[in-house]
Each structure stands twice: as C-alpha cells, then as structure tokens.
Design a binder for this molecule. Structure first.
Ligand code: ADP
Ligand code: MG
Length: 499
C-alpha cells in the first residue's frame, strides 16, 4: 500500500544526552553480583569489557586515524583502508526543484520505491508515496538478474499506479528516477557506475563489476513497463545528505547507522589528488565523497576473539571490519557469540548450552536494544526476549549478565562511530580546534540510530568527550528517516534532463 508521509525531522542536540550516558555506563559495573557459578561469568564479562573498552585516549587515536585514512584515500589508489569514492554529486538540491520524481532505495534490509511531487521553494515536498518491502533472503545470495528483475517489477507496478495528483504535474516523456544503491560503487558519472562488491550479507557473484544503472535499465526493459530514466545513481549516505540539505543548508555530512554503516561529506576538489579511471578529477569546486567507512581500520580498534570469529565465519571475511563492529546487522550476533561463550565456559544458562544460541543471527539488534532498555527490577524484558529465542527460566544473575553484554557491545559500537564522526569533522575543519565554531549538521539515517535510544545516548556522550562541551554544541545530528529515498528524488531533480 502506498502511504503518505513527510520526512520526519528529529533534532537531537548532543549536550543534553551526555549526563544520561554516565548513568547508563555504570550499569555494566553494577551488573553482575557473585552468585552460583557467577564468579567465572563475572570474570569473563570483565575481561570482555576490558577488551572492548575505548577510553578517551584510544578514541582520540582512532578519530585521528580516521582523518589520516581519509586523506590517504583521497590521494592514493590503495594507500587507505577506505576507498573514498567520488560520487560526481557537485550540487545539492536548493529547494527550487519542481515536478514528479521517483526513487528506488536498495538498503541492506529494506527495499523502497517512492515518488514525490516537488512544488518549489514555497511548497517543497507537496506529496509523497512510498512502498517498502523486506528483501527476500534468496535474492541476496542469488543472481543479479533475479535481484534486478525483482526491483524492476516492484518499480514498474508502483509507477503504473501513479495517480492524477502526480501525473498532472509531470513533465512530458520518461519519468526520472534516483537510484539509491547502498553498496560500494565506482562511479564514472552521476548516473553510471560499476559495483565494486556486495556487503551486509549480499553475495551475488555476477553482480560485481556490472554497471548497476544498465542492469536496472535492462531489467526494466524486460518488464515492458513505463519509460524511466535513471538521472542519478546515489549512495544512501549521499541521498541522506541531499535530503538533509534540502531542509537545512548547514548539512555537511551524511551518515548511515542501520544494517551497515557508512558516511559521506563534501570535499574540496583541490584536496583530491588521485586519478579516477585514469583521468584527473576537476580541480575546482567541491564534490561529495562516499567514504565507504565500513572498510575503515586502525590498529587502535579493540578486537576480541568473538569479533575474529564473526569475521571469519562471515561471507566477506577480512572486509568491512569497522562495519562489523558497528552495524545493526552484526551487534546482535556479537552478543549471541559472547553469550554462547559464557554458556560454554562459565555455565551461564544453568549448565546447559542452549542449542538456539548456535544459530548465527538468531539474536537481532532490535532484540539487543529491547533487552538493553529494560529497567525493571527483575529484568523481565530480558527474560521474555530470551524466552522468544527458546531460552526459558533464566534467573536474575543470568539476565544481568545478558544485559551487561548488550551494554558492552553497544557502547563500543557507539564510541567507534563517534570517533569516526569526529575524524570527519577534523578533516573539514569543523571540530572547533581552530577556535572557530560553525554550526555543522550531520544528516543521519538508519534503524540502528533511530530506534536504539542507548546507542544514541552513547554516541552523543562520546562526541562530547572528543569535541569538548563547547564545540559539541555546534554539531547537530538530524535524523532524516528514509532521507536517502527522498534525497535520491531530489538529486534526480537536480540532474534532470527536463531542466
Ligand atoms: P537499511 O539499512 O536496510 O536501509 P534501516 O535503515 O531501516 O534499513 O535499518 C535497519 C536496521 O536497523 C536493521 O537491520 C537493524 O539492525 C536495525 N534496527 C532496526 N530496528 C532496531 C531497533 N529497535 N533497535 C536497534 N536496531 C534496530
Ligand atoms: Mg537505508
């Protein structure tokens, strides 16, 4: 069903949340009391906490490494853990855009199609409709034709249901489309680019190296549907940034904290020295760079045996290591693996090792978030959530241990993300260290940030630590829910052939 919705524009200032974080952090230390077999559990949890810890001095080093790796990625082809991809987005929506535009947004978990009616400076987004479906798992590991046919079919059906409220405002000729593709792409222009690799649980061998716009266009032709032209191929970070900029001119950075994680920002052309496809990039103006920061790595990042296992058993071992410690796809599984270790080595669940805990991804990040938010005396939400995955009759000590593990994993994730954000702020001179304070807005999207309150609190606490009480006041995170979709329609409008 098509639904109407306006972009939700939540504003969270960093400073207000900092003190709550201190309280929340204390929960780990209070968590486990010595009890039956508890000594060993406690010892393992303390060890895990110690290995995951990110005290300020370490956070700073990671943040500085992020800045350095950004510079390295802009100047060399393979001298950085991050590819720092040019997006060919050199202009952002101004608010003057008018007409009917479409977007397809392929995330890590969800797939959306949307249409908007843009009414120019005064009226802005007059109407929008979208449909969202979860991506069926077989498509994530099948063939590229299957995936693109699925996308094309949904899109064709959606476009053919366009009501007259939209169509009376549409320009003649093909409808134009922004294609949001949340995977690393080597772009050649605003509307072409080759897929570098799949991430976030996708593994489709024949999709790599393909031009994604061409592949979708071919699938659209197979549908014999309405005529569509892809005007802009955008990463979801870039779409989110464009969606944010449409409403707030101070948006400088786009960040995704959802299934995976990534960031983009505006970079001055004269800071970029590497060639793109053998050609130098323009040396004037600015361009948005898709950092693909999920690939970031620094030796200062604390890892545990659990992380090593998760990576080794993943479908992309050795890749996206920062993402594997931050993204919503993985946090639940880090917790599951640690609980399994506690069950095996310290009899966490009364001596039995629950079979269920051996199933990868049986525990999702939404469940972790629910358990972590449990403030009841007897931790009954933790008990209920564990029961849902088949672990019944847990005592309070066990629940506390589970709660503590959730806290440790999420705290590390949030602090790592905050270090990354500060690294970008430093790179663009917005960390306040030069004594200048300029309001800087981060356009944020993603289910992890949006729905996980403690995660948000931890990020803002770490930003306050890193930037200081004064500078942090000028850094504003605005949630643009599904901003990547709206942003893609706006970028399609900016790059329209209809002018
Ligand atoms: P995508 O990354 O596919 O674009 P979203 O931005 O909607 O999709 O993010 C979905 C991800 O957000 C899920 O994979 C999950 O990890 C995380 N998430 C969703 N709901 C919650 C929640 N209540 N608590 C924590 N994480 C959540
Ligand atoms: Mg998304």
């Amino acid at each position: 069903m098509g639904r109407e919705d306006s972009v939700s524009n939540g504003l969270i200032t960093t400073a207000t949340l900092a003190c709550v974080a201190v309280l929340a952090m204390a929960s780990v230390l209070l968590g486990w009391q010595k009890g039956r077999g508890g000594g060993r559990v406690q010892a393992l949890i303390y060890e895990f906490q110690h290995r995951c810890a990110l005290p300020l001095h370490l956070l700073r080093k990671i943040s500085e490494a992020m800045t350095l790796e950004m510079t390295a990625g802009l100047t060399t082809e393979s001298g950085s853990s991050m590819p720092m991809l040019p997006t060919f987005v050199e202009k952002m929506p101004t608010g003057n855009e008018k007409g009917v535009y479409y977007a397809v947004d392929l995330g890590g978990t969800n797939f959306r199609v949307l249409r908007v009616l843009l009414g120019g400076r005064e009226k802005r987004v007059m109407k929008q409709e979208f449909e969202e479906v979860a991506i069926p798992h077989p498509l994530m590991v099948g063939t590229s034709v299957e995936l693109y046919d699925f996308i094309a079919k949904k899109l064709t059906d959606f476009v053919s249901r366009e009501s007259s409220e939209f169509s009376t405002h549409a320009a003649a000729g093909a409808r134009e489309l922004g294609l949001t593709f949340s995977f690393p792409i080597s772009q050649h222009s605003i509307n072409s680019g080759l897929l570098i690799m799949w991430t976030k649980g996708f593994k489709i061998a024949d999709g790599v190296g393909q031009d994604v716009v061409q592949a979708l266009q071919q699938a659209m032709n197979r549908q014999h549907g309405p005529k569509l032209r892809v005007a802009a191929l955008v990463n979801d970070t870039v779409g989110t940034m464009a969606g944010g900029r449409y409403f707030d001119p101070d948006v400088m950075i786009g960040i995704i904290l959802g299934t995976g994680t990534n960031a983009c920002y505006f970079e001055r052309a004269d800071n970029v020295h590497k060639l793109q496809n053998g050609k130098p990039l323009p040396k004037t103006g600015s361009m948005v760079y898709n950092m693909e920061w999920g690939a970031f790595w620094s030796s200062h990042i604390p890892t545990t045996h659990v992380d090593e296992q998760l990576d080794a058993e993943s479908i992309n071992p050795g890749q996206q290591l920062y993402e594997k410690m931050i993204g919503g796809m993985y946090l639940g599984d880090i917790v599951r693996r640690m609980l399994l270790k506690l069950a095996r080595e310290a009899s966490l669940f009364s001596g039995e090792v629950p079979q269920q805990l051996m199933t990868p991804f049986v525990l999702g990040t939404p469940e972790v978030s629910k358990m972590h938010a449990d403030e009841s005396i007897d931790l009954r939400v933790v008990a209920k959530t564990l029961a849902k995955i088949g672990i019944h009759r847990t005592d309070l000590h066990t629940r506390r241990a589970v709660h503590d593990v959730c806290d440790i994993v999420t705290l590390r994730s949030a602090r790592l993300a905050a270090a990354g954000i500060t690294g970008i702020l430093r790179k663009i001179g917005r960390d306040g260290k030069n004594g200048e304070y300029t309001r800087t807005v981060i356009a944020m999207d993603g289910g992890l940030y949006e729905h996980y309150a403690k995660f948000r609190i931890y990020i803002h606490a770490a930003l306050t630590e890193l930037l200081g009480e004064e500078a942090v006041k000028y850094v504003v995170v605005e949630i643009f829910k599904d901003g990547s979709g709206i942003g893609a329609t706006l970028l399609a409008a900016c790059h329209s052939q209809h002018g």
